[in-house]
Design a protein around this ligand. Structure first.
Ligand code: 0X9
Ligand code: ZN
Length: 302
């Protein structure tokens, strides 16, 4: 399918989201989850098949250069709307979905126009640009694995929520939080399913054991399709100490949310951020397998 034969620009993603609203009237609504420093919208959709469902939020593209993240989020969204697989349909219709493929739109545009390897936002800080939007959230901000120097790729910002992108998106999340039971954040690369928390001090969520169990089974499901191997773990053990991430703020401030995960998608470094576009569909397929498995598990054990 054309949507998945190459990586989409921000305009293409936004136009596609708007086209869904026309195509799936009464099911899909375009929503603005926030705004960017350069004045772009953080555009998403709210998918609702019936009233009264719990809700899921899916965040992609917080790091600009991780192009497989928006692509995979788009793949999942498209499957939620079009799949005829009964297992996918059951999961799709069991939730309200808030899906934001590209939550760092300035950075994403910059990777398409100026510097393919850009990671951060694009707000100027003296001679350097941008804060790492995954070090900028206000839960244990600057407590490990983040930099205070503006030129660093892991610059946390000059205070928590210094970036309009994280500030505005967090306010949006607050408004839907009472309905949320799952929050998923997509990055690349390394093939990991990461559990909160990332800051120093070894805090783990109250249901850490459940989070491991659900992710381990999802990892096994993911591997069944193409043999892709993922590792599961809390952030400091599986990758490194890193504070100010979106999932840490979500899990730390909205403690009723049952599952909060960060996916590090394909690959393990052969292509890294420059994952060839012929891997969009297989990455989407196997990731959807994992995501479906997560919902099946938690809905089987209320
Ligand atoms: O460092 C990050 O932000 C993520 N890895 S990446 O290579 N995509 O930059 C890991 C994020 C871990 N999650 C939190 N620290 N909450
Ligand atoms: Zn990332």
């Amino acid at each position: 399918e054309d949507l998945f034969s190459s990586y989409q620009t921000l305009d293409e993603i936004h136009n596609w989201l708007r086209s869904l609203e026309a195509q799936y009237q009464d099911v899909v609504k375009v929503i603005v989850g926030g705004k960017s420093h350069e004045g772009r919208q953080i555009l998403g959709v709210h998918v609702s098949f019936k009233p009264g469902n719990k809700a899921v939020m899916i965040e992609g593209g917080i790091h600009a250069r991780e192009w497989i993240s928006p692509a995979t989020v788009i793949y999942i969204l498209n499957q939620l709307l079009t799949s005829q697989d009964p297992a996918v349909r059951a999961v799709a219709e069991s939730r309200d979905w808030y899906v934001f493929p590209s939550v760092n739109p300035d950075g994403y545009v910059y990777t398409h126009t100026k510097n393919r390897m850009w990671r951060k936002t694009r707000k100027p800080y003296g001679f350097c640009y941008g804060a790492d939007p995954n070090r900028n959230w206000g839960y244990h901000w600057m407590q490990g694995g983040a930099s205070s120097s503006a030129c660093s790729d892991t610059f946390a910002g000059d205070k928590a929520f210094s970036e309009i992108e994280t500030q505005s998106l967090s306010e949006f999340i607050d408004t839907i939080a009472p309905k949320l039971d799952v929050y998923l954040s997509f990055h690349s690369y390394s093939q990991l399913i990461l559990l909160p928390f990332g800051h120093k001090g070894h805090e783990v969520p109250a249901n850490n054991e459940e989070l491991h169990r659900v992710a381990n089974k999802a990892r096994d499901k993911l591997k069944e399709r193409y043999g892709t191997k993922y590792t599961v773990g809390n952030i400091p053990e599986a990758i490194y100490v890193a504070s100010g991430g979106s999932t840490d703020w979500v899990a730390g401030t909205h403690r009723h949310i049952r599952l909060t995960y960060t996916f590090e998608l394909r690959d393990t470094g052969r292509y890294g951020f420059l994952l060839p576009s012929n891997q969009i569909v297989p990455t989407g397929e196997e990731t959807l397998d994992a995501v479906v498995s997560m919902f099946q598990q938690i809905d089987a054990t209320e």
